[in-house]
Design a protein around this ligand. Sequence first.
Ligand SMILES: Cc1cc2nc3c(=O)[nH]c(=O)nc-3n(C[C@H](O)[C@H](O)[C@H](O)COP(=O)(O)OP(=O)(O)OC[C@H]3O[C@@H](n4cnc5c(N)ncnc54)[C@H](O)[C@@H]3O)c2cc1C
Length: 393
Amino acid sequence: MDKQQAQCDIAIVGGGMVGALTAALLAPTGLTIRVIEAREPSLFTPEQPADLRVSAISATSVRLLEQAGAWASIIAMRAWPYQCLEAAELDGFYTRFSAEALECDYLGYMVENRIIQLGLWQVLAKHPNVQLDCPNGLNNLHQNNHGAKLELTDGQQVQAKLVLACDGAESLTRQLAGIGVTAWDYRQHCMLISIEADALESDTTWQQFNATGPRAFLPMGEKRGSLVWYDEKERIKALSALDNTALAEQIKAHFPPRMGNMTVLDKGSFPLRRRHANQYVKGAVVLLGDAAHTINPLAGQGVNLGFKDVALLNQLIQQGLEAKLDFASPERLARYQRGRRPDNLLMQSAMDVCYHTFSNDFLPLKVLRNLGLKAAEHSGPLKTRVMKYAMGL
Ligand SMILES: Cc1cc2nc3c(=O)[nH]c(=O)nc-3n(C[C@H](O)[C@H](O)[C@H](O)COP(=O)(O)OP(=O)(O)OC[C@H]3O[C@@H](n4cnc5c(N)ncnc54)[C@H](O)[C@@H]3O)c2cc1C
C-alpha cells in the first residue's frame, strides 16, 4: 500500500493502558488496527525500581487483562495483590474491607502503569492485523464520508473507518474532533512517593483522611510501597522541593506511624483536575479512558473506569461483526455513549462528595463523617455491596 495513503478499519490514537487494551481485545476480530503512540515505554528488567505511576487495578480489570491475554506476562513482570482496604480518620473510626469477607483471594492488584502497557504490547506483537506505530503521533484529523483521515507527525496519512481517542487527559484527538469538556481543578494536588520500609502491611492499602487532604499507602511488595500525599497546592510544591531525607522526616510527622523505618526512593507531584467530555462520540471519533473523563484518584478508579469503556465498546463492535452489521454504525456508537457516560459521571460525582466531605475541618461534619466511617464498618450487606461495586463485581 502507498506509504502516504494507508488505510485501516480502526485507528487507535494512544497506546497507553486504555488504547493497548482496546487493541488487544479487538485483535482477534481480524479487523485491521493501527495503534499510533508517541512514546515507547522502556523495557522491563526485574532490578528496576518501581515506577512512580502505579494503579490499583480492580478484579474486573484483572479479568479484562486476562481476556486480552496479557495478565500472565504482567504478573510475570511485577504486580502485587492486596487483600484489605482501610479508610480512617480519627483513631478508632474506620471502615475496613477484606477479601476474606467477600470470599475472594484479593481485592485488587497494585501494578505499575508501564507494566500493564508492556504486557498488552506483547499481545499486540502476536497479531499481524495490528500495527503498532511508535514513535508517531497525531497531527491533524479530518472527518469524511468513509470515517476520518489522520495526518501523522511523520507525514503519513491514514484513512480509518473508526478513530478511537485513547490519548489521555489532554487528548488532541478530542480537540481536533471538536468535542468540548467540562473541567475544573481541585484545590488539592497530590504527591506520589516510592518508599522502602521495614514494617509495612504488605496486604493492606489504607487511606487516612485529613482536613487538607488524605494520606494513602499502596503496598508494592514485602518492603516496598507507594505513598500518596494529597494537600494544598503550595504545600505539595514545598514538599516537592525537599530532598528525600527531609521528605522522609515530613512523612514521619504527618503520616500514621504504620511503616517502621522508612526511606524515600523517588517522588513526583501531580495537579488534580476533573474533566468530562461533553460527548463521547462525534462522527467516526470515539473517546475512551482519560480522553473521555478524569476523576479524583482518591479511590483509585481512573483506569478501571477506562477499562469499563473498553469492555463495552469491544462488546458492541464484536456484536456488530457477529451479526454481519456495520461494526461502527452511529446507532452502535450512540449505545456506547449511553452505556458509559452516566456511569462515569456517577463515579466522578461520588468521588467529589467524598472529596468535599473529608476535605475540611468543620467540626459537626468531622463528627458526622467519623460516625459514618464507624457505621459503614458495621453495615454488613451494604458494606459488601459498596466494595463489590468498587471492585467491579
Ligand atoms: C496521581 C494519580 C494516581 C492515580 N491512581 C490510579 C489508581 O490507583 N487506579 C486507577 O485506576 N487509576 C489511577 N489513576 C488514573 C490513571 O492513571 C489514568 O486513568 C490512566 O493512566 C488513563 O489511561 P489512558 O490510557 O486513558 O491515558 P494515558 O495513560 O494518559 O495514556 C495516553 C497515551 O497516549 C499517548 N499520546 C498522547 N497524545 C498522543 C498523540 N497526539 N499521538 C500519539 N500518542 C499520544 C501518550 O503517550 C500515552 O501513552 C491515577 C491518576 C493520577 C494522576
